[in-house]
Design a protein around this ligand. Structure first.
Ligand code: 5GP
Length: 202
């Protein structure tokens, strides 16, 4: 069986990435989502081990010392990281794995010569619309909304570093585009439906 492919997906907070990813994960087969570790508190409705592994600063720092992360970063004042354990087994089982990580984490992975991934950036139609969505979801207080909006400006500047940019003005269209990107990346590897590379059987 061939190895799965890594998809790194980044977006400013409020760009609609979570909704898009949920839709694509349920419509495409052979996809897994990498569950990150974070020191941020769980939001209402979030489940430990499904949305994130919620850990203390102490545990997170110990994991850094023990080199358990493929990448980690301080995002909006909390620590977030992708553990090797969260992706290696899935890739080996032939699943394509989606990493929902910020622009710093994506830059770390892009710089690694031993990591192969497709990088996708999801942008909001405008900063005004982003602000409207952030306020609308009501999960952050005013101070946190301001931090996220300030960070969004820097994040949008990094979008040119990505292989693909999706402007999420219409959720149906954006979902379709993300599905198409994933399918095209699979075809790029010349795989058979079984997951084996075509070259293996020729
Ligand atoms: P939220 O707190 O809204 O769930 O996520 C905030 C930001 O952290 C998002 O941009 C998300 O992509 C990013 N993030 C989530 N997990 C990771 C991770 O493992 N590594 C990095 N670098 N960023 C992450």
């Amino acid at each position: 069986m061939s190895l799965g492919r890594l998809f790194v997906v980044s977006a400013p907070s409020g760009a609609g990435k979570t909704t898009l990813l949920k839709r694509v994960m349920s419509s495409l087969v052979k996809m897994k989502f990498s569950v990150s570790h974070t020191t941020r508190a769980a939001r209402e409705g979030e489940v430990d081990g499904i949305d994130y592994h919620f850990v203390s600063q102490e545990t997170f720092k110990q994991m850094i010392i023990e080199s358990m992360f493929l990448e980690h970063a301080d995002v909006h004042g909390n620590l977030y990281g992708t553990s090797l354990a969260s992706i290696v087994g899935q890739l080996e089982d032939g699943f394509d794995v989606v990493l929902d990580i910020d622009v710093q984490g994506a830059a770390i992975l892009r710089a690694k010569t031993d990591v192969e991934a497709a990088f996708v950036f999801i942008a909001p139609p405008s900063l005004l619309e982003l602000e409207r969505r952030l306020r609308g979801r009501g999960t952050e207080n005013e101070e946190k909304i301001k931090i996220r909006l300030m960070n969004a400006i820097t994040e949008l500047e990094s979008s040119s570093e990505y292989d693909y940019v999706i402007v999420n003005s219409d959720v149906e269209e954006a979902t379709h585009l993300l599905e198409s990107i994933i399918l095209a990346e699979r075809a790029k590897l010349h795989r058979l439906p079984s997951g084996d590379p075509i070259g293996k059987v020729l």
